[in-house]
Design a protein around this ligand. Sequence first.
Ligand SMILES: Nc1ncnc2c1ncn2[C@@H]1O[C@H](COP(=O)(O)OP(=O)(O)OP(=O)(O)O)[C@@H](O)[C@H]1O
Ligand SMILES: O=P(O)(O)OC[C@H]1O[C@H](OP(=O)(O)OP(=O)(O)O)[C@H](O)[C@@H]1O
Ligand SMILES: [Mg+2]
Length: 281
Amino acid sequence: MLRLAVPNKGALSEGAQNMLKEAGYRPRRDSKELVVVDQDNGCELFFLRPRDIAVYVGEGTLDAGITGRDMLIDSGAPVEEIMPLGFGGSTFRLAARAGTMTSVKDLDGMRVATSYAGLLDKYLSDQGVDARVIKLDGAVETAIRLGVADAVADVVETGTTLRNVGLEVFGEPIMKSEGVLIKRQGAADTPGVQQLVRRFQGVVHARDYVMMDYDIRAERIEEAIALTPGMEGPTVSPLHREGWVAVRAMVRRKGHQQVMDQLWDIGARAILVTDIYACRI
Ligand SMILES: Nc1ncnc2c1ncn2[C@@H]1O[C@H](COP(=O)(O)OP(=O)(O)OP(=O)(O)O)[C@@H](O)[C@H]1O
Ligand SMILES: O=P(O)(O)OC[C@H]1O[C@H](OP(=O)(O)OP(=O)(O)O)[C@H](O)[C@@H]1O
Ligand SMILES: [Mg+2]
């Protein structure tokens, strides 16, 4: 039976649950349910604090888990990323009072507050900067105002939280993060994990792609295929109209309107775009 760790609350929780639901696993009934046994899919879902997930998976008590890439690195646990999941995107950045700092080197001898001390320590030592890391549990932005720190290192999504307290990011982003599927370092994928990965890849593809159908004159087919090459090559079928063919191909959702414009310009007609409900490529 597959044993999977899922964030029980916070920024990754909804995205993880939507992904599992779309992949056909049993959703939890309410936010207090801590373990879901899904007999039909041969798996047990353990709802845990996102920060603890890498620790559990690293100990080998669970086969896989969903967490943030930043949390994975911060934990220092012996885990590795299996695949990115395409939700919960954020950057991890340094910030200080507007106009006071411009580069990570400005942190030498300063105090930096964060709830990602493992991640920040590693970054500062890679950069050869000697700063004092103040470990806090959350709401780290306030630490500057209260005189506990000179700068902060925190998750930035929209930047609203920083703006609201008069802080500004500086230096290069420390890392880009998103929700990821993880397993213990070097562990072989069990059949349950392999099935989960195939299902998750199906969900990612179904979200990233649309299905495009259109009709075109047979002599323009090579130009059309160049615009919609599909995954393995588009399906081209005869049309009950002399000199015309019907084409069906998966197309990236992002930019699909431009592809439709280009197809129209080379004479394609009856261009239809539909969502993909589920797929296994
Ligand atoms: N707007 C956001 N705010 C915070 N984390 C975000 C955001 N968007 C994505 N994330 C990601 O979510 C994860 C943090 O999750 P969460 O906020 O639940 O953790 P936490 O801050 O330690 O917990 P809590 O806020 O419940 O104390 C990180 O991987 C982070 O990159
Ligand atoms: O760039 P933004 O869109 O404003 O989002 C980033 C903010 O959200 C998170 O805080 P969270 O709500 O998780 O509270 P916490 O700091 O107590 O964890 C994070 O720590 C930042 O403060
Ligand atoms: Mg948080």
